[in-house]
Design a protein around this ligand. Structure first.
Ligand SMILES: [Zn+2]
Ligand SMILES: [Zn+2]
Length: 90
């Protein structure tokens, strides 16, 4: 019975959030290259980078460039077996 109550609460919260965001006129960032659109500026920038080919995140070990920090993190772990560090020890 307790579980049911919690699920109902989450559902109500989600619905009210949807109503609030639907009321407000949101500024969408439309990708000029495809149909992708988002209100999140960071997400939008990351997405456009995938089209322009800019790779601001460089691997300090093999100099490979990545469009997103998460991709570099994944690369470091998969290729070099170490997590991304703010100040690489060299
Ligand atoms: Zn796009
Ligand atoms: Zn690398």
């Amino acid at each position: 019975m307790v579980e049911k109550q919690v699920k109902l609460d989450i559902f109500t919260e989600k619905s009210s959030h949807f109503l609030i965001s639907a009321k407000k006129p949101r500024k969408q960032h439309q990708c000029p290259f495809c149909s992708y659109a988002t209100i999140n500026k960071t997400h939008f920038r990351n997405h456009v980078l995938t089209h322009t080919g800019e790779r601001p995140f460089l691997c300090g070990i093999c100099s490979r460039g990545f469009t997103q920090k998460i991709s570099l993190q994944k690369h470091l772990l998969a290729r070099h077996g170490k997590p991304l560090q703010a100040a690489p020890h060299m």
